[in-house]
Design a protein around this ligand. Structure first.
Ligand code: FEO
Length: 161
């Protein structure tokens, strides 16, 4: 076994967090689809698929390094989405939380002198910068548009990723 049990446990918790994020983004995608904002819905369906990939990437790492990969229950998405601003604020909060979780994993890998895990986790560190920046920009735009002009988002979001 190349991975220490404590780190494997934390990585499996992160698998759960990423799958939970995927469900959260699905819920947001459904909200926008029901609001007839199909481009914005497509953006969030793609986010959901990405989170699923993140979860799988973490899971594969634990399996490949011989850790215990017993899966955990995935929590349901948080409260119903009330508005476009709420959707983007929820997304940004989520990404900031995930950034903290990834940093904590990196701290543990460093404490354990696990260079392989450090190298693996660096990809997630970089990914979080992109995800947080994207959500911050979109939240800012949504606030500027306000409810009246929210359908402008449909044009802008096509170029957001
Ligand atoms: Fe997998 Fe959006 O963090």
């Amino acid at each position: 076994m190349m991975i220490k049990p404590e780190l494997a446990k934390k990585l499996i918790e992160q698998v759960r967090n990423e799958f939970a994020a995927s469900l959260q983004y699905l819920a947001i995608a459904i909200y926008f689809e029901q609001e007839s904002m199909d481009n914005t819905a497509a953006f969030f369906y793609a986010q959901a698929a990405e989170e699923n990939e993140h979860g799988m990437k973490l899971l594969r790492y634990v399996v490949e390094t011989g850790g215990n990969a017993e899966l955990l229950a995935i929590p349901a998405p948080v409260a119903k989405i009330k508005s476009a601003e709420d959707a983007f604020q929820t997304s940004l909060n989520w990404e900031l939380e995930v950034t903290g979780q990834i940093n904590a994993l990196m701290d543990m890998a460093k404490q354990q002198n696990d260079y392989l895990a450090e190298n693996f986790l660096q990809w997630f560190v970089n990914e979080q910068l992109e995800e947080v920046t994207t959500m911050e920009k979109l939240l800012n735009l949504v606030r500027k548009m306000g409810d009246k002009n929210i359908y402008m988002l449909e044009q802008l979001i096509k170029h957001a990723e």
